[in-house]
Every structure is written in C-alpha cells, then in structure tokens.
Design a protein. Structure first.
Length: 277
C-alpha cells in the first residue's frame, strides 16, 4: 500500500512540476517583453543580459506613442476585428446551414470547392485579392483590411458540422408549425448553434488581430494600418530600438486583453468545443 501511495504521490508531483515548468516557459516571453520596455537600448542588447532594468524608464512608451498614431491603429484594428467577425459568423452560418440541411444541385461540388480552399495556403490568394482592390481603388481603406475575411471557408465547414449535429426532426417540426425556410433558420437553428458561433467569433477575432502580411501589403498609409502592421514599421533597417518596440507591443496587447477579460467564459468554451488554441 505504501509503495502504491508513494507512486501516486510521485506522479502527482511530477504532473504539477511539468505544468508549472510549462507555464513558466509560456509566461517568460511576456515578462521579458514587459521588463525590456523599461530598459534603455544598451541594456536591452548587452551580453549577458540583465533581467531587471537599472532604472525603470517610461520614456519608451512616450517615444512609441510619438512614433505611431496609436489612435488610428486602435480604430482600424477594432473595425477589422468587428467586421471580420460579423461577416464570418453571418455568411458562414447561412452557408453552413445550406450545406447541412438543404438539398440543391451542385451542393457537393460547391462544398468540395470550400474544402479545397481550406487546403490551399492563404498566400496564394494575396495577389488576385490585391489586384481586385487596386483596380477598384479600394487600397488604404478599412474595407481592404476586411476583404479577405468576408467569407470564411473554415467557418462554413465548422458551422456545417454544427448544423449536421442537429436532428432533422427539429426542422421538420418547425415546418409543420408553419415556419418557412428562413424562419426555421433564424428562429430554430441559429439559437441551437450559438456556442459554435461564439467559438468561431473568438477565433476569427484572434486571427484578425494577429494578421500581419495582408495589412502590410494592402494598406501602405501608416494611418490605415492595424496594430500588428504598424508595430512592424518600428523595426529599423540596420538597428532596432527594442525597448520602444516592446513598449509599443505592450500597448498593442490592450484590445485583446480587454476582449479576453470580457469574454473569458466564451473563450474557454470555444477552446473546449473546437480544441483550438
């Protein structure tokens, strides 16, 4: 009995030690970013490095705010996240419902195209999408930022699977009660898939916030960039002021931290539902 209890205790200690070490490894980059934002340039580049700054210097934040129009960057990022979430959830929900519950010609062919789009790397679509916007004169606009995310192939597939999990008897009962197709979708099916929609909205917001390549390509005006692309301009050609960049990165984290604090429960449910991260 003692040997079994000791083995169980050893496993428990090992499990806790593993998760504690993993947590430290995950948190360390954020702690280092926070500490570096208060250092001088020489302190940030010296070898061996000092963990704590010799003097807590807040001028890096002032310089970052002077170098970038954070008000415009915040506005563009919030609009990007909002419209991509609205478009992804709205259009993907309708498309997912159609592929899951409706019968029409070419259904399997169209869904195969959706699957093929998911398999292809997103970089393939950058050139044609940019050419479309350039010919329409829509570069350096908020619409240009939102454009690639108007329709989400992943969202269509994800919500289709959610609608497939709903028994057909529910929609049939709605038809018997006098609901047309649109009423069945909006009043019966949508409320049953709110958790899946919340999960899609959360991950769409995270991916939109972290999108770097597309905003850098389509919007060259600094005032029309997002936080991620704006911060990339702080990187110099020959040298980089890392403390200023870290200070800007800390300020850029504010929107997602606020969103996480507000929607913490939905975010955890979304991770549990999809297995995403």
């Amino acid at each position: 009995m003692k040997s079994l209890e000791q083995a169980r205790r050893t496993r428990t200690i090992g499990t806790y030690a593993f998760f504690i070490i993993g947590s430290i490894i995950m948190i360390f980059p954020f702690v280092w970013m926070f500490l570096t934002s208060f250092k001088t340039v020489s302190e940030s580049m010296q070898i061996p490095p000092d963990i704590l700054p010799h003097q807590w210097n807040v001028s890096n934040f002032k310089e970052a705010m002077a170098s970038l129009p954070f008000g415009a960057l915040y506005k563009n990022t919030i609009l990007l996240i909002f419209w991509r979430v609205v478009c992804a959830v709205g259009f993907s929900s309708m498309a997912g419902y159609a592929f899951a519950k409706l019968n029409f010609k070419g259904k399997n062919v169209l869904f195969s195209i959706v699957l093929i789009q998911m398999m292809l790397p997103s970089q393939i679509f950058i050139t044609p999408q940019y050419q479309m916007l350039a010919k329409l004169g829509l570069t350096n606009t908020v619409f240009a930022l939102v454009f690639p995310g108007i329709v989400s192939a992943f969202g269509t597939f994800f919500l289709r699977q959610a609608y497939l999990g709903i028994p057909d008897e529910i929609s049939e009962a709605a038809h018997l009660d006098g609901c047309n197709q649109w009423q069945t979708f909006t009043k019966v099916m949508v409320p049953l898939t709110t958790s899946s929609m919340a999960a899609l909205a959360i991950f769409t917001a995270v991916f939109a916030y972290g999108d770097l390549m597309w905003p850098l390509i389509v919007n060259t005006d600094l005032k029309m960039m997002t936080l991620s692309s704006g911060l990339a301009t702080l990187r110099g050609q020959f040298s980089t002021n890392f403390p200023v960049m870290m200070a800007g990165s800390l300020m850029a984290m504010i929107p997602m931290v606020v969103l996480y604090m507000i929607f913490q429960r939905q975010f955890i449910e979304g991770v549990a539902t999809t297995g995403g991260k």
